[in-house]
Write a protein that binds this ligand. Structure first.
Ligand code: GLA
Length: 388
């Protein structure tokens, strides 16, 4: 049996696949997977969320659609094992159970991948280093499930440590931990809203970032500093008044070789600015955390949200409302959307005085505006994924 926690994206929004840095926390909500070997080579999957049993022969994991598509997470891990030169168990009965809210931006998908990876490796008698497990699970997400996500979710679930944040330099990737100052609390407000095109929009932002890197002449946006970006933006504005917002002619566009429509340079530079400045905010947050300066950490969190809202445009009116409401409350250091965006949840960093009553006031004012109450979760940090 294995347990793998969900995660909070603390700060570092869409920095991971751009080669940047990010901070996350593994939390006290998790996915558990239990596995029993079978001699007949059949693989049977069940979860506590449905009565349906999914069966597949061991030969070739096949991608599923519809209500059983949650099984793609363990199937993707099984498919990745041989690619990483690791053995996979043949037949088994598999059961997943979870107290992690799904669709709340807490990465139940990475948790199920990590817990599955640990039981499969355990059953096959394999024990690779932790970063191999984490990379393998990301590979499953990218190549089997088909989402071009970075290493954040799997890295935090895999390397989490109670009372710490996980720091990832995504280019290595290199994993480290940073102590969380005493008295810091996390509150999650889950809006239950999800943009219908959320996966498509994530992939679109990914593509825009790659195009922005190309425009700036680098491989990844992490290769550009905020000062270098400001110089490029100045030069482009001088060459093209439309770019600077002067109007008159249509904005400059980037020539793309493929069939996708070319994007305005101004849009690409907004995406780039979010990512490049966000990486600087992550690095500043590490310094502030080490100094125990939660006021400064909170300021950086809210600044991160504003950048998502205005530059990366992956926020929603619901998330913005929660951040505005929370940021004006006493005992709240800062608040921001957590995860990919386009719906999902807001995380607030508070002191120990912030409690259920105050969270309830925030939820009630949200309810008054949107006609539905958000779910509230007071989470703590917990250790990363482990075989039980
Ligand atoms: C999702 C992805 C992560 C990361 C975040 C945005 O959670 O799975 O890899 O890109 O969005 O920071």
């Amino acid at each position: 049996m294995a347990r793998a926690p969900g995660r909070i994206e603390f700060i570092g929004n869409h920095t991971d696949y751009n080669g940047g840095t990010v901070l996350g926390a593994s939390i006290d909500r998790a996915v558990w997977v239990a596995l029993a070997r079978r001699a007949d080579g059949l693989r049977r999957f069940r979860s506590d969320r449905s009565d349906e049993m999914v069966e597949q022969p061991a030969a070739h994991p096949r991608k599923l659609f519809g209500p059983a598509s949650w099984v793609n997470y363990p199937l993707g891990v099984l498919a990745a094992l041989p690619e990483f030169k690791l053995r996979a168990p043949a037949g088994f009965d598999y059961l997943a159970a979870s107290d992690l809210p799904i669709g709340a931006g807490l990465s139940s998908s990475a948790a199920i991948e990590l817990a599955s990876g640990l039981v499969f490796l355990g059953a096959a008698g394999e024990d690779p280093p932790r970063d191999t497990l984490v990379t393998l699970c990301r590979h499953a997400e990218n190549h089997f499930v088909g989402v071009p996500s970075g290493i954040l979710d799997q890295g935090v679930s895999g390397f989490g440590l109670k009372d710490h944040l996980v720091f990832i330099d995504c280019r290595g990737p290199r994993f480290d931990t940073v102590p969380l100052p005493a008295g810091a609390h996390f509150w999650i407000f889950n809006t239950h809203t999800k943009h219908a095109l959320v996966d498509g929009l994530y992939a679109e932002r990914h593509r825009e970032c790659m195009e922005a890197a190309c425009l700036l002449g680098v491989k990844l946006l992490a290769d550009v500093s905020p000062a270098e970006l400001a110089l490029v933006a100045q030069a482009l504005a001088a060459a093209d008044p439309a770019f600077a917002g002067g109007g008159g002619s249509p904005p400059a566009v980037v020539n793309t070789a493929g069939g996708t429509p070319a994007l305005p340079q101004a849009t690409l530079l907004k995406r780039a600015r979010h990512v490049i400045e966000e990486i600087a905010r992550v690095d500043a947050a590490v310094i502030a955390l080490r100094a125990g300066d939660l006021t400064e950490v909170g300021r950086l969190l809210t600044a991160s949200h504003r950048s998502s809202q205005l530059l990366f445009e992956n926020s929603t009116p619901e998330l913005d409302f929660l951040v505005d409401t929370l940021a004006s409350q006493p005992h709240v250091f800062g608040a921001r959307l957590t995860g990919g965006g386009f719906g999902g949840a807001v995380m607030a960093l508070t002191d120990g005085t912030f409690g259920e009553a105050q969270a309830g006031v925030v939820a009630a004012s949200y309810g008054k505006k949107f006609g539905i109450l958000p779910d509230i979760l007071h989470t703590r940090t917990a250790n990363g994924a482990e075989l039980k």
